[in-house]
Design a binder for this molecule. Structure first.
Ligand code: PHB
Length: 559
């Protein structure tokens, strides 16, 4: 950090330092298995003081970006909104998405798109083919330039600083900046480093680069550049295969004509979309100055304002073509001087670019957990919220989806209290006598619901099951009106449950979440009065995480 006698510079130095420490914790967690670490290990891996790690993790937890579970800190799905902001704001993502997906279909091979990032290549699109060979890399992952085909294309544009940084890295053999590299692969050997400038020159001459098992045995790839404004390489499109199907040469011969056509289509789409057409937009930053002030009142010195503001500013830059300082100040409610400090800190740390008055997000923001969080399943998103709910209400909680005429459990946390039914993930139950079933039926379009109701003949599973004609339709209509369904011993004697919907980004019912209790311990009134508010709050938290995690990753949705 620059030492300076003047107050603004000093204040800025402190903001940079606080933000840097906070983001170091995020990066350490992003590189850890399951994005989880003991806080004592975070102290070791970041070199920060224990008190700093505690303040950073408390601040991030307060913002919903991290969970603290006993001694562990775990990244929360909500953090993907930062990477999503970059992907939504960069016109490249939309321009290349269609052409890349079509290319993958035409060739029936995996296609990916990388952008230059420092001395590496960062994935922004992955169109994998489901094959025996596992897909190794995800959107957000960074590969060292000398270990992948896109890297040779990008290095043609490197400045002297980047080459110096790269040379130092390959000489010292440090791969620490590349957590996505397959474990057990050797770091770049200096001799491979010596070959690289020659590969770069050839790639620049031929507008083509080949990866013949540079990053992983068996993996072959061929990449071509897409030119951006000013003739610099804006991104590289790669076709990726396996030596069981192709050699590097046969893949080049097979893929090259269509790969070139894809690059051209992308360049055209990009030329039409750049410079960004309109100014900012509907997007509301997820963290506003008022919320930050309230957090400061609540957490006191434990709340790191510079970190929280920096993250608020990052998510606020989610606008095609970026935003000006005034626009950020207006959208976040933060003072201009505060926004200026945050923006300059983010520029200094390499997450934001400044072009005149405009600030835009850089691909490096994807290193803040985007790749590991993009692998989250719905079960992993929902389970911590169910566990939290169970801790509050002391009864079991579950999430299920509609599967034919049944509901199927996709996540569950049982209380230690024993209740009559044992329902693991994957269990199916008929939809009609269950609270989750009724909530899910209530979320169907009217025609689908009518069909289902027509073919459902409720059976008297207990003395309480509603079986008379029209009763099920009435219960479903009631669930739709009230936003919850309560079932009192209709599935099983002694079992009461209450459910609410979990909605996706579009507002459609994607799943239902319930709490089930022993009727002798908790009756309908207690479920409605004590459990329902907690259940609704839990559903809201699952929805917020799901919205962030599924924006670019349909795999996060329940299925
Ligand atoms: C990939 O998409 O997985 C990929 C692309 C280019 C490479 C290596 C891997 O050189």
């Amino acid at each position: 950090m620059q030492a300076s006698a003047t107050t603004p510079a000093k204040a800025n130095g402190e903001s940079v330092a606080t933000l840097e420490r906070g983001l170091a914790v995020v990066r350490a967690l992003a590189a850890a298995p399951s994005t989880r670490m003991r806080r004592s290990d975070l102290v070791r891996s970041t070199g920060l003081a224990r008190a700093t790690v505690d303040r950073v993790t408390r601040t991030l937890a307060h913002l919903g970006y991290l969970r603290i579970e006993d001694q562990d800190a775990v990244l929360a799905p909500r953090l993907s909104e930062i990477g999503n902001a970059y992907l939504a704001a960069d016109p490249l993502t939309d321009a290349v998405d269609g052409p890349a997906r079509r290319l993958a279909d035409e060739l029936d091979e995996s296609v990916s798109v990388c952008v230059p990032d420092g001395d590496g290549a960062r994935f922004v699109i992955q169109c994998p083919r489901r094959r025996a060979m596992a897909v190794t890399f995800h959107v957000g992952d960074l590969l060292p330039a000398e270990r992948c085909a896109p890297g040779a294309l990008f290095a043609a544009d490197w400045d002297e600083d980047t080459w110096r940084h790269w040379r130092r890295r390959v000489t010292t053999g440090s791969d620490a900046d590349f957590p996505a590299l397959p474990p057990g692969t050797a770091p770049t050997a200096p001799e491979r480093g010596e070959d690289f400038p020659g590969l770069v020159a050839r790639a620049a001459r031929t507008a083509l680069a080949v990866d013949d098992q540079l990053v992983e045995p068996g993996l072959v790839a061929v990449a071509v550049p897409v030119a951006g404004p000013g003739g610099r390489v804006r991104c590289a499109v790669s076709v990726v295969s396996h030596t069981s199907r192709h050699t590097a040469d046969s893949l080049t011969e097979y893929a090259l004509p269509r790969l070139r056509a894809c690059a051209e289509a992308t360049a055209e789409a990009l030329a039409e979309s750049e410079p960004a057409p309109e100014a900012p937009s509907e997007t509301v930053p997820s963290v506003h100055a008022d919320a930050l002030r309230a957090a400061k009142d609540e957490l006191g010195a434990d709340f790191l304002q510079s970190l929280a503001r920096g993250l608020a500013v990052l998510t606020c830059l989610r606008a095609p073509g970026g935003r000006t300082l005034s626009e950020v100040a207006e959208a976040t409610g933060l003072a201009r001087a505060t926004v200026r400090r945050s923006l300059l800190a983010l520029v200094q740390l390499g997450y934001v670019a400044q072009d005149g008055r405009t600030f835009t997000l850089l691909p490096r923001v994807l290193e803040l957990g985007h790749a590991p969080l993009s692998r989250l399943t719905f079960e992993r998103i929902a389970t911590p919220h169910l566990a939290d709910l169970v801790r509050r209400v002391h009864d079991s909680a579950s999430v299920s989806v509609l599967d034919g005429d049944d509901i199927r459990y996709v996540a569950r946390v049982a209380t230690t209290r024993i209740i009559g039914v044992d329902l693991g993930v994957g269990t199916r139950l008929p939809a009609y006598p269950t609270s989750m079933g009724r909530v899910l039926l209530a979320g169907l379009p009217p025609e689908d619901l009518a069909d289902r109701l027509d073919r459902t003949a409720p059976e008297p599973l207990t003395g309480h099951t509603r079986t008379a004609p029209g009763e099920l339709a009435a219960a479903v209509a009631e669930a739709r009106g009230s936003g919850y369904a309560l079932v009192d011993q209709e599935l099983e004697e002694g079992l009461c449950s209450i459910a609410v919907p979990v909605r996706d980004r579009a507002g459609h019912v994607a799943a239902a979440v319930n709490v089930a209790a022993h009727a002798a311990q908790r009756g309908a009134d207690s479920l409605r009065e004590e459990v329902l508010p907690e259940l609704r709050a839990a559903a809201g938290r699952i929805e917020a995480d799901l919205a962030a995690a599924s924006e670019r990753n349909p795999g996060a949705l329940p299925s």
